[in-house]
Write a protein that binds this ligand. Structure first.
Ligand SMILES: Nc1ncnc2c1ncn2[C@@H]1O[C@H](COP(=O)(O)OP(=O)(O)O)[C@@H](O)[C@H]1O
Ligand SMILES: O=C(O)C1=C[C@@H](OP(=O)(O)O)[C@@H](O)[C@H](O)C1
Ligand SMILES: [Mg+2]
Length: 174
């Protein structure tokens, strides 16, 4: 039995995409806190936020994190998971935490091409390039503090998977 692997990072860094590929490479299960919420509430992130507000979404997110945590599982978290200290502590205590890091310009470019508005309602009401800059300034230290390993997310998803596998086996060897 192996500890779960949590992927953290800002919107668009590839947690969901890379998480699925990593789970296949390891023969692990895959889960995503936003998908779990969507399945259990039958509502999208945007619908939950519109009807209940961000605070309620954040409380549900904390519950989802606990619900999806299981051995031999790769867990893609939502970009704001690190905003609650209790979530950061939980992830560090229960598994290996990987930060997929990329500059805000790269993230904004990906999200402009694939906005997925139901998954990513605006956080600030500002244009996406400005919003991603603001969000990274606010959260980068939280991602850094929470992660056991940081991986460059500007590479292809396959390369990102390779780098994660490398950091995990190096960690196991030491
Ligand atoms: N390493 C990557 N290189 C290029 N595009 C990527 C990469 N990872 C993800 N993407 C693209 O970026 C968008 C957001 O990816 P997603 O996995 O949903 O990110 P997150 O879950 O971190 O918000 C998608 O359109 C996806 O295809
Ligand atoms: O950064 C954030 O605060 C959020 C990121 C989203 O997940 P992704 O990072 O998977 O897009 C989703 O949880 C919600 O829209 C809030
Ligand atoms: Mg995602």
């Amino acid at each position: 039995m192996s500890l779960p692997i949590y992927l953290i990072g800002a919107r668009g860094c590839g947690k969901t995409t890379v998480g699925k590929a990593l789970s296949q490479a390891l023969g692990y299960a895959f889960n995503d806190t936003d998908h779990y919420l969507q399945l259990t509430t039958q509502r999208s992130v945007a619908e939950i936020v519109a009807s209940e507000g961000w605070d309620s979404f954040r409380a549900r997110e904390t519950e989802s994190l606990r619900a999806v945590t299981a051995p031999n599982t790769v867990i893609a978290t939502g970009g704001g998971m690190v905003l609650a200290e209790v979530n950061c502590r939980f992830m560090r205590e229960h598994g290996q935490v990987i930060w997929l890091n990329a500059p805000s310009e790269v993230l904004a470019d990906r999200l402009e091409h694939q906005p997925e508005a139901a998954q990513r309602p605006t956080l600030t009401g500002r244009p996406i390039a400005e919003e991603m800059g603001d969000i990274l300034r606010e959260r980068a230290h939280l991602y850094r503090q929470t992660a056991h390993h940081e991986v460059n997310a500007m590479q292809s998803p396959d390369r990102v998977v390779e780098q994660i596998l490398q950091s995990l086996s190096l960690a196991r060897a030491s």
